[in-house]
Design a protein around this ligand. Structure first.
Ligand code: UT7
Length: 321
């Protein structure tokens, strides 16, 4: 008889603790009316965004990553020295090197494997899937995955197409083995560089975007990836209890929700408060839904994102340790 126990061959990796951090400073849509040819009404109706948080000049990406990480470690009930690998998803590291992941080892007073991944807004999903591989291969017992961005430092404040969209923030998750049947059940990762020209960091170090092209790609990809990961997990759309989409634009998120035939209350929405925080957005939303008591053990969650690259990624998770 096959006996499965914690640490056995067939256990999935799952999230066992999380944290998030958003800077204090809030900028409302109306604040942009003073500097750009835009209105609160346009921003709300075209994007669903009402406000976003910006880090101060002294508050770096690594500072935000530390705040979210400390909460995740406490929430998971582990000690920093138990972490075997740190994966930080960001396109706005303090500097190209040392990586934010290396900076975290210093802050935590540990030595372990550490790397940043660059997959734009899909980065947190890329991080979770990377963690899953190392955990399920028994390479590490605990992996820290962080999604963090200080997009305010690469925003062109004169470009109304992009300036109104983004915000700063961080999320962190501890990934480890969880009980049989729970955890990350399936995933999909993808990239298509032919669309890279539609969303990039230009020579002036600013975000440049062809919004309409990214919008079309996102609407198609989010729905397809969500359905695909459910199928890979042997599930159907009726089995999905909660959708946590990348918080880019409420119209894109709604398209994904409709593709899954989910009622409004089963989709996480934080875009109105934080704007698009890129690699941090999915994790920040997940923490908020957990804090709001919306997610119960054994719920089936679909996390799905897209971003510059162009990249995309999705996971199905059966929640619980
Ligand atoms: O994490 C991934 C990051 N990127 C995204 O998620 C972006 C995906 N794309 C979008 O969310 C939408 O395309 C936007 C919100 C960027 C734009 O919305 P849209 O409904 O696709 O507008 P549009 O680009 O088709 O532009 C419609 C009009 C244009 O004016 P004309 O050419 O019709 O006269 C724009 O110049 O709206 C104008 N416009 C604005 N007007 C007021 C663009 N930005 C603004 C603005 N305020 N901030």
């Amino acid at each position: 008889m096959l006996v499965l126990k914690k640490g056995g061959c067939c256990m999935n990796a799952g999230i066992i603790g999380m944290g998030r951090y958003v800077p204090e400073k809030i900028v409302k849509n109306i604040d942009f009316e003073k500097t750009l040819d835009t209105t609160d009404e346009w921003i709300r109706s075209r994007t669903g965004i009402e406000a976003r948080h910006f880090a101060t000049e002294d508050e770096n990406t690594s500072h935000m990553a530390i705040q979210a990480t400390e909460k995740a470690i406490e929430n998971a009930g582990i000690t920093p020295d138990q972490i075997g690998l740190i994966v930080v998803a960001t396109v706005t590291p303090d500097r190209a090197f040392p990586s934010v992941a290396c900076q975290l080892t210093e802050h935590l007073g540990i030595q372990c494997a550490a790397m940043d991944v660059s997959a734009a807004c899909s980065g947190f999903i890329y991080g979770l899937v990377t963690a899953k591989q190392f955990i399920e291969m028994n390479s590490y017992e605990y992996v820290l995955v962080v999604g963090v961005e200080k997009l305010s430092k690469i925003t062109d404040w004169n470009d109304r197409n992009t300036a109104i969209l983004f915000g700063d923030g961080a999320c962190a998750a501890i990934v480890s083995k969880v009980s049989q049947g729970r955890g990350i059940l399936s995933f999909e990762l993808g990239a298509d560089g032919s669309g890279g020209k539609h969303l990039l960091l230009n020579d002036e170090n600013h975000i440049a975007m062809n919004g309409r092209e990214v919008f079309k790609f996102a609407v198609r990809q989010m729905g397809e990836s969500a359905i695909s990961v459910l199928e890979k997990a042997g599930l159907q759309k009726e089995d999905c209890d909660f959708l946590i989409p990348h918080q880019a634009n409420i119209r894109i998120m709604e398209a994904a929700r409709e593709r899954l035939d989910l009622p409004v209350e089963k989709m996480s929405k934080t875009v109105h408060k934080y704007g698009n925080t890129s690699a941090a957005s999915i994790g920040i939303s997940l923490v908020e839904e957990l804090e709001n008591g919306k997610i119960k053990d054994d719920d089936v969650l679909v996390l799905v994102g897209f971003g510059g690259g162009l990249t995309w990624g999705a996971v199905t998770i059966r929640w619980g340790k």
